[in-house]
Design a binder for this molecule. Sequence first.
Ligand code: GLV
Ligand code: MN
Ligand code: MN
Length: 410
Amino acid sequence: VPHIDAGRFRADFDALAEIGRTVQGGVHRPTFSDAHLAARAWFLDRAAAAGLETRVDAAGNHSATLRSPAPEAPTLLLGSHLDTVPNGGRFDGALGVVAALEVLRATQDAQLVLPCSLEAIDFTDEEGTLVGLLGSRALAGGLTPDMLQAPRGGRPALLAGLARAGLTEAQLADARRDPGTIAAYLELHIEQGPILERQRVDIGIVTAIVGSRSFKLTFKGTAGHAGTTPMDARDDAGLAAARFVVGVHDTVAWDFPNCVATVGRVTLEPGAFNVIAGEAHVALEFRSAEPSQLDALEDALLFRAREAETLGRVEIEPVGRWEPVPLDSTIRSAIARVSDALGLSTIELPSGAGHDAQALAHVTPSGMIFVPSAEGLSHQASEQTAWDDCLNGAEVLLGATLELAGVFAS
Ligand code: GLV
Ligand code: MN
Ligand code: MN
């Protein structure tokens, strides 16, 4: 029987956390940064060292494959991502990729022959530094040209990043795979919220992933002298942005109890002590599990933007859209059974974070395993998951992989 080699798994996890390590003890690996590219190269090296087949596709997804000798065997994908948010943590994405690699090695070491090929895959730009779910959407065939025309990170950054990674925009969609060649998709991830820890549960079985939408807003005012312009004669774009931030919070708090909305960035131009802001650039994102709630919240928030603008001048640009998806019930039961057999407690819960499974779920049965996050903290340096929990998650990923390879082989 295959088993996770705890020492090897830990050593790899720790080595990866050194790549792009920050002084705060987290990692900074935005998509196509030097550290991100180094982490991806490290992953292929580790896979090659284990004798696995390696591959980089047209969207830059990095893969290690343990091939099944069965004729026409479909591929069971085990994935996550090696990119991070700016000044992110060591676990988000990385845990799932290292665990996937370890599952392949464990299966290979046990000389177990499965009816599916196993592929550990590191998807490109999960976090949305540039586009968001870029690699997984390309693989699933869901990458549309408009997503590339107005991406979250801006088009110049996208083009520069692709060039740095040796990729071309025109070829990204060639990463699409025929869904008939994919058996299923499984992902181990940290919860990134407080629920498992609060309930003292070992494993979370993800029922659904929230949808999200992102917008760039530009409030236009009139730049002016900070000393000579009377307070009642100002057209201050910063004030409009500030009103909007408060309006976003109040709208969600009062009228949308099951949604979240975030203004994660406000930039004032020209940006000086002694100049009234002539422009305010605002990054807005909101999420819900309910498609109808997303529509209603979009209307309400964009109404707030128009209300906040000073002289009728706000520009609104949609820059990202991820639909909510339910995850596969066969996979959910398998995760429950495997956890139970390992003596691990489980609960089912939805994911408020976005994941590559969101893209894959449109084309193949997809499932996710969560492990607890200390204090629910994530997307920051002190993100932490107890090592025993990481190990539990890898054991469940291995068990579910072995079971589901049989179920989804044909
Ligand atoms: C990805 O982690 C996201 O939910 O933004
Ligand atoms: Mn993640
Ligand atoms: Mn993340």
